[in-house]
Design a protein around this ligand. Structure first.
Ligand SMILES: NC(=O)c1ccc[n+]([C@@H]2O[C@H](COP(=O)([O-])OP(=O)(O)OC[C@H]3O[C@@H](n4cnc5c(N)ncnc54)[C@H](O)[C@@H]3O)[C@@H](O)[C@H]2O)c1
Ligand SMILES: [Fe+2]
Length: 388
């Protein structure tokens, strides 16, 4: 008999995965939220420019809803942007909030849904379980296959110049997630690569999460890695492959479900200071430290990494340690093949920056506590040095 731990598992109640679903957003909302009259759609200027916002907005109007657009979301949303978005929402008075974009837009949508109708200040909700009361109805439509934010209970905010803080609360699970790969067909190759790697990291870190690893997250993480590793290069080489794009969205969502319940760890903890200080995309900062954290963790987690290597690199053979190393190499190869940066130096980081990065990484205690191996400040610095 396998020795399963006791565990709890939460996710979004309604998920629709169907190319073209965003063009029928109005129908989906009329079906699930028949009382909704005023919809606030949250997106960023880059996605707005694609024109792909038009069909969902038209379908909302056709369904009789009044629509307002907040389209000033910035990548790695600064707190000031979140507050401006909440003010816009209060002035409009939505009875439903729709996030349409990457993790940045979906995270802002979550925070609007929580803060616009309630009396809490944003500073009061950082951390775990600090959101009080209910929120506005919330629909999430990802346009990157990356963060899985459409099914997570997390929103990440850039506070101050370089630091990131998380809001983690059950109210952040959306009511409905729509996965429509037609929205991702034009996603540039480099964005496809780094967001896809972010999703793979979510699966890998969920599978080795120290305290909340559970059988359901494990199944989701494994299937996520299967879908993501089989389709990531394909979508980078041929962005308009709809089947591969839909598979990526599904994989990113499954990884999101996995890590919402078995949280991520040192890869993300070491990635956040890089993103904060050097303003590179979230997925790229993960990718830069990933192989080095995997090698550091292998002392404790080689067995689990070897299990994942069977999915990502089925040809890997040899000892548990050799297969764990094959996983690290395979992830480095994805970075090589997709042409994204592979060293910290390539994004302008110098030896003299490593102390600051290590100091900042140690502040990510929420994440480091999930890591399979304890990370000291010296360890963090050594991992950055290996990634240089
Ligand atoms: N809530 C969570 O569970 C969670 C998990 C991981 C990361 N995050 C956060 O999510 C954010 C990163 O999200 P992301 O990686 O999805 O990127 P993003 O939302 O910041 O978007 C990145 C860029 O891609 C563009 N873009 C998005 N979709 C596009 C499309 N279909 N076609 C063309 N361009 C498109 C955007 O305009 C933007 O310029 C970070 O703030 C990160 O901290 C949240
Ligand atoms: Fe991530």
């Amino acid at each position: 008999m396998p020795d399963f731990p006791a565990f709890a598992f939460d996710t979004v109640a309604h998920i629709v995965a169907e190319p073209g679903a965003a063009g029928r957003l109005g129908e989906h909302i009329a079906l699930r939220f028949p009382d909704a009259r005023r919809a606030l759609l949250v997106t960023d200027p880059g996605f707005l420019k694609t024109g792909l916002v038009d069909a969902p907005v038209a379908s909302l109007r056709a369904a009789g809803l009044t629509v307002a657009l907040y389209s000033h979301v910035m990548a790695d949303p600064p707190e000031a942007v979140v507050l401006e978005a909440v003010d816009t929402a209060r002035a409009f008075g939505p009875d439903i909030v729709i996030g349409l974009g990457g993790g940045s837009s979906m995270d802002v949508a979550k925070l609007i849904a929580v803060l616009a109708g309630g009396g809490q200040a944003i500073s009061a909700i950082y951390g775990i379980g600090n959101v009080k009361g209910t929120r506005l109805p919330l629909v999430q439509i990802p346009t990157t296959a990356g963060t899985g934010s459409e099914v997570t209970n997390i929103a990440i905010v850039t506070t101050g110049a370089t630091t990131k803080m998380g809001v983690v609360a059950p109210q952040l699970y959306a009511d409905l997630a729509l996965l429509d790969a037609e929205l991702t067909l034009g996603l540039p190759s480099q964005v496809s690569a780094v967001t896809g790697i972010d999703a793979m990291v979510h699966a890998i870190e969920a599978y080795t999460s120290k305290h909340k690893k559970n059988p359901l997250s494990d199944i989701l993480a494994r299937e996520a890695l299967r879908l993501l590793s089989a389709n990531l290069i394909t979508v980078c080489e041929n962005g308009r492959n709809l089947a591969a794009r839909q598979a990526m969205l599904l994989g990113a969502m499954l990884a999101g479900q996995a890590f919402a319940n078995a949280p991520v760890a040192a890869v993300h903890a070491l990635a956040y200071p890089i993103g904060g200080m050097f303003h590179v995309p979230h997925g790229l900062s993960n990718s830069l430290v990933l192989p080095h954290v995997l090698r550091f963790n292998a002392v404790e987690a080689a067995g689990l990494y070897a299990e994942l290597a069977e999915i990502v690199v089925p040809a890997a053979s040899g000892s548990v340690e050799a297969r764990a190393e094959a996983l690290a190499v395979a992830m480095q190869q994805i970075a090589t093949v997709t042409g994204i940066e592979r060293t910290l130096r390539q994004i302008g980081i110098h030896e003299s920056d490593l102390d600051q990065l290590a100091d900042d990484a140690m502040l990510q205690t929420r994440l480091l506590g999930n890591n399979p191996r304890t990370v000291t400040r010296d360890d963090a610095r050594a991992i950055y040095a290996a990634a240089l």
